[in-house]
Design a protein around this ligand. Sequence first.
Ligand SMILES: Cc1cc2nc3c(=O)[nH]c(=O)nc-3n(C[C@H](O)[C@H](O)[C@H](O)COP(=O)(O)O)c2cc1C
Length: 296
Amino acid sequence: MNRVTDILGIKYPIIQAPMSWVTSAELVAAVSNAGGMGTLGPNAGQNTVANGPEESAERLRTEIKKTRELTDKPFGVNYFPPGIGSGENPYGEAQLKVLIEEKARTLVVVGVANEKDIKRLKELGFTIVFRELHPTVSGAKAAERAGADIIVATGFDEGGSTPNIPVGTMTVVPMIVDAVNIPVMATGGISDKRGVNAAFALGAEGVYLGTRFIASVESPAHDNAKQDIIKHGTEDLVLLRTGHGGYWRATPHSVALEAQGLNDNQVHSNFAKIGNLKTAMLDGQLEEGINTYPVY
Ligand SMILES: Cc1cc2nc3c(=O)[nH]c(=O)nc-3n(C[C@H](O)[C@H](O)[C@H](O)COP(=O)(O)O)c2cc1C
């Protein structure tokens, strides 16, 4: 037991990080039932793009209810506040209404450290796990001041889209641990007990893992994407620009997008239009989308 397990009401200080399209009720409940905290990500349990914020929020409501049928343990829900920094999130308010009505307990809030947003969520009674997309000491301090319960420190080793600050997990974790008094969880490239031990040695009080769960039996990722991730190693890694200063860590198939003559920005906006990670990771069309993984 430590501060993280106390705050989240779980047995082990391990969070399954939210991942768009591939963190369904089944995966979330499996992690929570095993003593960690599963987290529903955007498009959880879906296989089509929602028709606007209201439909997206109602789908989230259904997935929350489904998760509750599969586990009586605590789980989290990913939430991007409206002022996320890289643009307004038109889905935020509709989602928040559902989260309040469904009495969600813990929000995994990801974005910029906007004190007003975090304060408002605290006043609404949520437990806040806050992950600054591009981690900074000032952002961690601001989130703590605003009432965040736990900070997630993200290293450039992260799967999915990286921070735009090219600093690894080994550096970011102690930097954030030294900046705040609330517990810090480490994320980015952690996949086994050695990584967990290293995170704790750096002062973290828990770990937040994404990619490690993608190829699990309970994950809804397409088998093509799972096998592709298992098959590829460090020497295959491709970095594709995200459009916000970071990179998508991708398997070599994703290079097909650039080979179609699209520049970085076009790859990014094209990819956003087709439902972000859905094409490769959920539908298994590896040449048409981005299959993302870190380097372990
Ligand atoms: C396929 C994939 C999709 C992701 N989608 C989201 C998302 O929708 N929301 C979010 O806050 N983070 C997202 N992330 C980031 C993860 O929540 C987490 O920060 C990251 O996976 C941690 O690094 P690791 O994969 O090395 O464990 C995604 C990561 C991956 C690999």
